[in-house]
Write a protein that binds this ligand. Sequence first.
Ligand code: NAD
Length: 359
Amino acid sequence: MEFRIAVVKGDGVGPEIVSEAMLVLDKIGAKYGHTFSYDEVIAGGCSIDINGVALTQQAIDTCKAADSVLLGAVGGPKWDHNTDAAKRPERALLGLRSALGLFANLRPAMMYKALADACPIKREIIGDGFDIVICRELTGDVYFGEHGRRESTNDWGTIGYDDMNYSEYEVERIARRAFEMARVRSKKVTSVDKANVLETSRVWRETVARVAEEYPDIELNYMYVDNAAMQLVRNPGQFDVIVTGNLFGDILSDEASMITGSIGMLPSASLNESGRGMYEPIHGSAPDIAGKGIANPIATILSCAMMLRYSFGLPTEADAIERAVEKVLDEGYRTLDIAAKGEKTIGTHEMGELIRANI
Ligand code: NAD
């Protein structure tokens, strides 16, 4: 099969890690008989330098025409002080999310047995480890409701307000995505809300319950967000797929990342209704280590595995990448960020080469 991928290498370590990931895709192509072609897109800080804005219409058009987008990271100290919104690197991310209609953000958080020591949770709690995917709604909720300020009628000064809302339509489509995903995993969905307090959450819960009737093979439970935050550190192994709104998902996905112990290992996917997506590591552009050849490329490589699984319908190929990563870790190879004190480390390219050799 043939696939066109728009590649946004971005800033900082972006070009180094994305180049390794592209070579991994090429290896998959050669082994399984697929062709991946790449359209390089300039976006983020580098685009501000070249085009004066973080995201051009041409960049958007190229990404929209592709079968999916692979992104490294954008931003860095050179542009972080810019006040004009069009000249802020993150504008590229927000602009692409909205242009591509990406409503579902998938963030896996799993513990590799070989990296168990990096997990900040005690061994007796993590037991056999955990393998969670947080399925976060990305285009609604309090972030996109009406924002404003008004003066209080007593002497309490200015009041800031942000309208939290979810339509049944928005909840249905993210819930379906979560149930579908659970079907190819451990068949369990936890819907996280705050239905004891928020009307938005009550609509959320009722809608999730209705969608669940279409998926009798999936076990569904509900959890209030405060309890979910606690359970993630108390017993992360109880979760499979967590589906939640934009605000709660924002916080819980960062918490889930932290309990894995390494930011350089975690991929993400943001999908639209047609199943196309933008795939990127969860970490930033790591300007402190950029250009040194020591960044961990695994989060980006695993993002490619997600692309193969969720947008291209190639689960066997995705498995091959994930197994290769696990094998290299089991053999004891480490980049600096995941190495224990005194452990020998390898660079970005060497890690990429080892993963490719194991595919
Ligand atoms: P960061 O994720 O870039 O770095 C945090 C720490 O983790 C640093 O010490 C860095 O060296 C390390 N790290 C990150 N990725 C690594 C990797 N692959 N291998 C080894 N170590 C790694 O976060 P930050 O320092 O807060 O942000 C730096 C820049 O990145 C900022 O300009 C920020 O706006 C931007 N940023 C971009 C994205 C994105 O593009 N999606 C996300 C977050 C931050």
